[in-house]
Design a protein around this ligand. Sequence first.
Ligand SMILES: [Zn+2]
Ligand SMILES: [Zn+2]
Length: 279
Amino acid sequence: MKGSNIRITILADNTAAEGLSTEHGFSLWIEAGGAHILFDAGQSDVFEKNAQALGIDLSICDYIVISHGHYDHTGGLAYALPLAKKAKVIMHPKAAIPRFSIRPGSAPKPIGITEKALASLTLFPREQIIDGSTPQEFIQGAGTTGQIPKLVDFEGSSGPFFLDLRGEKEDGFEDEQALWISTPTGLIVCAGCCHAGLINTLKQAKSVSGATGIRAVIGGFHLGQASDERIEKTIAALKEIAPELIAPCHCTGERAALKIQAAFGAQFSPAGAGRRFLF
Ligand SMILES: [Zn+2]
Ligand SMILES: [Zn+2]
């Protein structure tokens, strides 16, 4: 894909530019190769309110790509689907199953797709829902990664996440996928939460697209609870990959984001709803 007409706007994030709303959630509006893509929909209607404030018309959306089934990425589908009537939705079937966070000493918390979002999905035309369990190059030069294999030894389990209320079935995030866009100088990778690990995600994006380099990575890196050692190893691996833009969003964690900023300087970009990237 030609690198000159790609525009990515953060619609929902844990921080926002003045005048826009924030939430614990993530959503991107991607304009690439003439297509309009909503990548994740946040947990509520925040992405929609911010889109309106930014002059973005969600009804022209061609594709909705869902990174994984957590409520903070799928809850907004309840608002996105009725607006984006013509869109094709690319998601793993398992993004719609119940999920829980279980921390010692507190009751299990449901963190899967919300009932309201699930109801909107059920009403949405079946033929517009694409099975994301395998990589999909849905427009020429842009696609999804499919399931992300865990190849890197320091990127293991990402938290107390389970598929059952008793905490017996650990969530392996089979449903997780990232989005890639190829440009003449490497891939732009958009990630939701990187539960499978940031470096694993970038490896998979390269592997399915056949690209050799990563130009940019934008998304939640899920390093809030990560050990300093894991953060240092992630930074060392990122140094080898050498993207020209690194924008840690959403669940990256402030400690990790500050370390990434210190390590990468000008390659680091602050995030937050309203931030726009042009390629
Ligand atoms: Zn998540
Ligand atoms: Zn998240």
